[in-house]
Design a protein around this ligand. Structure first.
Ligand SMILES: [Zn+2]
Length: 298
């Protein structure tokens, strides 16, 4: 066995088996195949099945046998497939979605182990005369990175929009908690504790952002509803509507969906009491009107 020195690894080389995609080949099959060629066994370090299953090939501490003249400074990753039975001489990208996903994960693991290593296809290696692995690895990998960056940028923009106007410390904590959570966990709808109801469409609540982060004392303006004022001629009606809302929210499981930031630093949103929309109920029961200035209300 010849040792592969970790710091020497400059290339992460992608291969296919060049076996018909219609048939199944395990890492053990490839191992037997390579032994028949007189090698010590499977020449790749990682092997990715059509199902996405990643099988171990040669241990990473050992030099592989996958790219002539470059085995001393590279690791080899191979996916099952690459040709069709009726056209066995044309190399193609036959990777399944599961294979692509696993390949991305394996490459990231490799990059963590060999920082700065270049991700290339077998055919891109100097001196290689092959179609392997049937696709432009560098272009594919650049595309994977770009999509990932876009996803992250979108996440940041969303978080920053949500916390615009909040004190920097709170925004920092919320950002941190949001980044630590999986993307799907960043909800628009937060469990809330209503601490004060000023009038039918304005209240104060503590918003539970998750992971123990609670925004205390947030002023919420209900979106798309306008209830009578507590001042002037509307006062009596205003108090009545406020008391109705107090009744609905008292003892209910409340969730608040934040859709934006309005005037006077108030959040704009929808309030749900035991799963029912308070905003909608106000309109349905004739206790509020849809304000003429509001956009996106139907
Ligand atoms: Zn190859």
């Amino acid at each position: 066995m010849t040792t592969l020195v970790q710091k020497d690894v400059k290339y992460i080389v992608i291969h296919y088996t060049a076996t018909p995609v219609e048939r199944d080949f395990t890492a053990a099959d490839i191992d037997a195949m390579h032994k028949r060629r007189g090698w010590r066994g499977i020449g790749y370090h990682k092997y990715i099945r059509k199902s996405g299953l990643v099988e171990d090939g040669r241990p990473l501490r050992e030099r592989g046998a996958h790219v002539k003249g470059h085995n001393h400074h590279s690791v080899g990753i191979c996916y099952e497939g690459g040709v069709f039975q009726d056209d066995p001489n044309t190399g193609r990208d036959t990777r399944t979605a599961a294979q692509r996903e696993s390949m991305e994960r394996v490459i990231r693991d490799m990059l963590a182990r060999y920082p700065g290593a270049k991700v290339v296809g077998h055919r891109d290696m100097p001196g290689a005369a092959t179609q392997c692995p049937g696709f432009d690895v560098e272009a594919w990998w650049a595309d994977v990175q770009r999509k990932r960056d876009t996803r992250h940028a979108g996440l940041w923009a969303r978080i920053m929009a949500l916390f615009r106007g909040v004190t920097p410390t709170l925004a920092g904590i919320a950002l941190l908690s949001a980044l630590c959570a999986p993307v799907a966990a960043i909800a628009d709808r937060y469990p809330a504790e209503v601490t004060d109801i000023y009038d039918g469409d304005t209240l104060t609540a503590d918003l539970d952002l998750g992971l123990g982060v609670v925004l205390i004392g947030q002023k919420i303006r209900l979106q798309c509803v306008d209830t009578p004022e507590l001042r002037g001629t509307e006062r009596e009606a205003g108090l009545a509507v406020r008391d109705r809302v107090r009744g609905w929210l008292g003892g209910a499981k409340v969730e608040i969906e934040i859709v934006g930031r309005g005037k006077y630093g108030r959040w704009l949103g929808y309030v749900h009491a035991d799963g029912q929309s308070v905003n909608e109920r106000l309109i349905a029961e004739g206790l509020a009107v849809v304000p003429s200035y509001a956009k996106g209300c139907d």
